[in-house]
Design a protein. Structure first.
Length: 301
């Protein structure tokens, strides 16, 4: 079982519009609503790939109940901790082959609620083959909580960390098996502009491997044993908001199966590209994924 942690789960609303322009009124063509948050999206992709996965994290209020209901409808197993505050929402506006995202900060989590979650996480992590820690932190939780969760796992199973800022910087010291920043997050946390040098800095800081995503530039993997780069099949128009989560899903599946890094990179690049072609984060175009796999070029970096 792959356990995904979403501490700041959301109800995602996706609007499809023609030609998004600021300071004007838009007629919405399509509206889609589903449970979200980065870890939830990772579980969706893993589930579609045939992997057993469990979602854990916090939900609260009417929005939290809507998140629970949609996860159940989607067939995703969830072990969620109830909080008093209302869960957040996000709005993605998709137009002209790209997306604009509006993300609420999320609900405050109390010390007592965190203690309840820790007990549940410790039990679930003991049953998992791999743990994914993914996404932003809700107000009330310190930046070091991912490090705290990594210490609980303590190298017993592989771990993937997908965070930014202080949560990423502090989490790296917890020795995750892999971290997956994008180029901007990597530069912000290390102060180093060159992605390869920045990734090596995180490896020296405690991560066993860094998989850095550069959008159209592709993926770069830096490990203690080698470095590889994967080029995407081609530049694609669509909704890129779920591409990073699809990449994490491929990374988690590959590590759980003990695959070599070149194969992990190929699958991550193909799955990320296929996710861009789907209008909703957490989903991907299965036919495109199969077509893209043999076209992804992986080379030693």
């Amino acid at each position: 079982m792959i356990l995904t942690v979403t501490l700041n789960a959301a109800l995602d609303v996706t609007y499809g519009v023609d030609n998004l322009q600021p300071h004007t009124t838009h007629r919405v063509r399509t509206v889609r609503t589903r449970a979200g948050g980065k870890g939830v999206n990772v579980s969706r992709v893993l589930n579609a790939l045939g992997h057993n996965t469990v979602v854990t994290g916090f939900v609260g209020g009417a929005t939290g109940q809507a998140i629970r209901a949609e996860l159940a409808e989607a067939g995703l197993a969830a072990e969620l901790t109830e909080i008093k505050a209302e869960s957040r929402r996000t709005v993605a506006v998709v137009s002209d082959g790209d997306a604009t995202l509006f993300s609420e900060p999320g609900p405050a989590v109390t010390e007592a609620e965190w203690a309840v979650f820790l007990d549940r996480f410790t039990t679930l992590a003991g049953q998992a083959d791999l743990v994914v820690l993914s996404g932003s932190l809700p107000p009330g939780l310190p930046a070091g909580v991912y490090r705290e969760l990594l210490d609980i796992v303590a190298g017993r199973v592989p771990t993937v960390l997908d965070a930014d800022g202080e949560a990423l910087r502090l989490g790296v010291a917890g020795n995750p098996t892999a971290v997956k920043p994008n180029a901007a997050e990597l530069r912000a946390v290390t102060g180093v502009a060159d992605p390869a040098a920045a990734a090596r800095k995180l490896v020296h800081g405690g991560a066993s491997a860094v998989l850095a995503s550069g959008g159209p530039a592709g993926l770069l993997a830096i490990t203690a044993d080698g470095s590889w780069r994967a080029r995407p099949p081609r530049r694609l128009a669509g909704n890129p908001t779920g591409a990073g989560d699809a990449c994490v899903a491929a990374l988690a599946a590959g590590l759980a199966a003990g695959r070599e890094w070149p194969r992990i990179l190929r699958e991550a690049a193909a799955l990320s590209a296929a996710a861009v072609l789907h209008p909703l984060a957490g989903s991907f175009d299965a036919g495109a994924y199969e077509r893209f796999l043999p076209t992804v070029m992986v080379e030693i970096a």
